[in-house]
Ligand binder design. Structure first.
Ligand SMILES: [Zn+2]
Length: 55
């Protein structure tokens, strides 16, 4: 079983290695994709941070 986008192994020993080395694992919502290729609909990255008053 591999990720359909990037082809990383999602199951087995190689998947464990990838998980430890690259932090890539199988997506829970999208079992045919890894967590890096899954569509991120609900996860909103904090792109803009407002910092004030640090001078
Ligand atoms: Zn992938």
């Amino acid at each position: 079983m591999k990720c359909q986008k990037c082809g990383v192994p999602l199951k087995g020993l190689r998947a464990m290695i990838c998980k430890h080395v690259f932090g890539v694992k199988r997506s829970e919502k999208h079992p045919h994709l890894c967590n890096k290729c899954e569509p991120k609909a609900c996860a909103k990255p904090a792109a803009k941070k407002k910092k004030k008053g640090k001078r």
